[in-house]
Ligand binder design. Structure first.
Ligand code: UDX
Length: 380
């Protein structure tokens, strides 16, 4: 680190990192948080990004932004399965990424590329241009264990550190791709402490109409106040949200629905007492970092494993085992928010929060790992 500071003071060119985030909310957030941290350590940052879900340059005035075409059409965005979009982007981004990187290299050296592990096409580009590549796994380490055999990677010296929870390390400016509806904060101010169940299933999960009806009646019958995020495009075949007849009347006094919420602020609000989540890794970490217990409804990928850890290993949440069933939902909300069982779960999540906070303090494991990462980059 001292080397980097000296270079800046002497006006020598500082090491240059090229960052390529995967253009989905749960992947953009940690990547930009990591880039902000590395910039604070003295690196200069170029962010190569797709047109689709491009981050807002005005939030990062010190980064150099380089857009590349991705070939995605509007109709693909609203209708295509997210997994198919990932395959598509891995095909279409390779050539433009190579060209943009070659142009950057003609202007000066690049120390290394840091990219999301799901952008597997970057290996070919890095090999062709003889550039080192560091992968950011935005899921949990336990997921990496099952999918990529952590031990083997470690033995080969390919994996030695993860630097989270990034959301608390460097909240940074907002990376939200969708407009966050802050009106819900005033509504939360009016609710009693720890009474509200916050419901959000992240940026990719989608549901059929039957699921939505069960969720709605589960919330209505629980008699708890709720804040429910229904993202546009998350209900199959329905551009607009249609809720069952009688639901609004029954919940008008204690329910709030938004298209997208300022999630970290919501979870930090004193009136929020529980988070019904799909257990994307960001949501899971954000909930733990605010000491909020969870109800788990995993949708795909690492979310199933995350949910199992939350409910069965750390025991800071309750998993719904039968998909979306109104009686089970109602019962899970009551167990978490009202019953004595919920009190124990809440105490455990507070302990976990404390542990997470220790990790990012000076001398903590994540604090040290970040310095380790800088050392690795400097040795390349
Ligand atoms: C994806 C995968 O689905 C997940 O399995 C993987 O662990 C990370 O990448 P996503 O579905 O987007 O994630 O969920 P998550 O990881 O929870 O990230 C969602 C992000 O959006 C969070 O940072 C959350 O704070 C933010 N968010 C969500 C909002 O800002 N407002 C909302 O209303 C909902």
């Amino acid at each position: 680190m001292e080397v980097l500071r000296d270079m800046q003071i002497q006006g020598t060119k500082v090491p240059h990192l090229v960052i390529l985030p995967l253009p989905f909310q749960g992947h953009i957030n940690p990547m930009l948080q990591l880039a902000t941290l590395l910039q604070s350590k003295g690196f200069s940052i170029t962010l190569i990004h797709t047109h689709f879900n491009s981050p807002n340059p005005s939030n990062y005035p010190n980064f150099n932004f380089e857009p590349i075409p991705d070939g995605l059409s509007d109709s693909q965005l609203w209708t295509e399965d997210p997994v198919k979009i990932l395959y598509f982007l891995n095909d279409t981004c390779q050539a433009p990424f190579h060209d943009r990187l070659s142009r950057l290299l003609s202007d000066g050296p690049v120390t290394c590329i840091i990219t999301d592990e799901i952008f597997y096409f970057t290996k070919a580009v890095a090999d062709q241009l003889k550039l080192p590549r560091i992968l950011l796994n935005t899921g949990s380490a336990t997921y990496a264990t099952t999918t990529a055999s952590l031990k083997l990677l470690q033995q080969n010296g390919l994996l030695s550190i993860t630097v989270g929870p990034l959301c608390k390390f460097s909240p940074g400016s907002s990376n939200s791709l969708l407009t966050q509806d802050y009106s819900c904060m005033a509504w939360l101010d009016k609710q009693a402490p720890q009474t509200v169940i916050y419901v959000s299933f992240g940026s990719t999960a989608s549901f059929d109409k039957r699921n939505v009806v069960e969720i709605a009646w589960g919330l209505a019958n629980s008699d708890q106040p709720f804040l429910w995020v229904i993202r546009r495009g998350s209900i199959h075949g329905h551009d607009q949200v249609e809720l069952p007849e009688g639901f609004e009347e029954k919940t008008r006094e204690r329910g709030q629905i938004v298209n997208w919420a300022p999630q970290q602020k919501v979870l930090a609000h004193p009136s929020v007492g529980g988070f019904w989540t799909h257990n994307g890794w960001n949501s899971t970490l954000e909930s733990i970092c605010e000491g909020v217990p969870m109800i788990c409804s995993p949708y795909l990928w690492d979310q199933n494993l995350n949910a199992r850890y939350v409910s069965h290993v750390w025991r800071v949440g309750i998993q719904l085992e039968n998909g979306f069933d109104r009686s089970e939902i109602e019962w899970a909300i009551r167990r978490l928010m009202v019953e004595i069982e919920g009190k124990d779960i809440r105490e455990r999540v507070r302990d976990l929060k404390e542990n997470a906070m220790h990790c990012i303090e000076k001398g903590g494991s994540s604090y040290e790992s970040l310095d380790g990462l800088v050392d690795i980059i400097m040795s390349l």
